[in-house]
Every structure is written in structure tokens, then in C-alpha cells.
Write a protein that binds this ligand. Structure first.
Ligand code: ATP
Length: 199
């Protein structure tokens, strides 16, 4: 599986319909400060289901829609597609090419598509689970992430490795279970108190 192409329309600084083709081998994107290099990485994260405006470097989710310039009006929606080569069928869909699309309107309404058929965010997340490509995957290493990895604090580095090893989800589940247990224990002691009063 390989990312072949990224198509953008109205995403951040990409007001025009834009196609970025990734040929086999190394592709480097270069440009002056503020020219939109990081917006490209944000677009990939966004299609894969990123829900945090902060991670996408905005204040609200609608900030990803082209906001206009002195010469150009803001747009009412944006759309980004990723085109994957799936000749090796490493993604569990019977297509040689997979197109994943996300669209969002200023009203906040969000839509996802797999090979142009409407789907849920969950379908996109499930498709990329355990491939390393999902929004939590390590296929995108942001600038802050590099600082975390290089950090001298053992705890920070450990967090990165735990996430890569897939331990974080178990830790989160354990925390959830601990909270549930604490709530249940509270309920039991309340019931005990009531029983005591009824005696
Ligand atoms: P650097 O090299 O400094 O990290 P960069 O090439 O990564 O820069 P980006 O951060 O990707 O640049 O792009 C920033 C530009 O995108 C800014 O000019 C900003 O105004 C523009 N931009 C971001 N969001 C929007 C939006 N919703 N509408 C229009 N332009 C936007």
C-alpha cells in the first residue's frame, strides 16, 4: 500500500483544486515559510479523521476551510482526498486503488467517503486500524513529536514507544475500568449506608 496522491479543494491555504502526486521513492516538499507545507500534512491527518482543531493548528474545526484573502472570497466547504495504491490488498477492500475523502461545510456538517460512497468516520478508522496510517499512527511525525522523541525526559520517550507498541489503548481502557470500579464501590457503600438505616 502506498499513498499515491493527495487532492485538496478549499483546505486552509489551498483555495484552488490542487493535486499532489507522490511518485515512488522520496518526495520532499519545499517552500518558503508560510507557503503551506504543514497544511499538506494537516490535510492528510484531517482525512484520516483528526477531530482536534488544536492538532490541526486552528481554533475551531471550520478553520480548515479556506478563510479568504484580500483578493478572494472565503469558501463554504472544503474537501480532501487521499488516493492509496492497494494492489497488494494490504487494506481489506477489494479495490486496487482506494480513495478516502472527507468534506466539511461551514455549518459544521462533516461527510466521509470511501471510493466515493458515503461512509462513517468509524469505517475510515477501522480501515486503517493497525496499518500505522491512522491519525494516531506514526506515518506522520509532526514537529512537536520530534521534540518529544528527542526529549531527555525518559517519561516522554516512554510515552512515544508505548503508543507505537499499541499499549496506550490498554492503559486508557484500564483507567476507564478503574474509574468504573471506583464509582461502583461508591454505590456499594451508599447501599450499605441505606441498609444500615433500615435495620
Ligand atoms: P513554515 O515553514 O513556517 O512552517 P509552512 O510552509 O509549513 O510554513 P503552513 O503553516 O502550512 O506553512 O501555512 C500557513 C499559511 O496557511 C498561512 O499563510 C496561513 O494564513 C494559511 N492558512 C491557514 N489556514 C487558512 C485558512 N483557513 N484559509 C486561508 N489560509 C489559511
Amino acid at each position: 500500500m502506498r499513498l499515491k496522491k493527495l487532492e485538496l479543494y478549499g483546505f486552509k491555504s489551498f483555495a484552488e483544486r490542487t493535486e499532489i502526486v507522490f511518485k515512488e521513492g522520496i518526495t520532499a516538499i519545499v517552500g518558503p515559510n508560510g507557503s503551506g507545507k504543514s497544511n499538506i500534512a494537516d490535510a492528510v491527518r484531517w482525512v484520516l479523521g483528526e477531530q482536534s482543531a488544536k492538532i490541526l493548528r486552528g481554533a475551531s474545526m471550520q478553520d480548515v476551510i479556506f478563510g479568504g484573502t484580500q483578493r478572494r472570497k472565503p469558501l463554504s466547504y472544503c474537501e480532501v482526498s487521499l488516493v492509496f495504491d492497494n494492489e497488494d490488498k494490504s487494506l481489506p477492500l477489494d479495490y486496487a486503488e482506494i480513495l478516502v475523502t472527507r468534506r466539511v461545510y461551514r455549518s459544521g456538517e462533516s461527510e466521509y467517503f470511501l471510493n466515493r460512497a458515503s461512509c462513517r468516520l468509524k469505517d475510515v478508522v477501522d480501515l486503517f486500524r493497525d496499518t500505522g496510517i491512522g491519525k494516531e499512527g506514526y506515518s506522520i511525525i509532526g514537529q512537536g513529536r520530534i521534540d518529544e522523541i528527542l526529549s531527555r525526559k525518559g517519561e516522554d520517550r516512554r510515552q512515544v514507544f508505548e503508543e507505537a507498541a499499541g499499549i496506550v489503548k490498554f492503559r486508557a481502557r484500564k483507567e476507564e475500568a478503574d474509574k468504573k470500579l471506583a464509582r461502583t464501590q461508591e454505590n456499594i457503600s451508599r447501599v450499605d449506608d441505606l441498609l444500615e438505616e433500615l435495620k
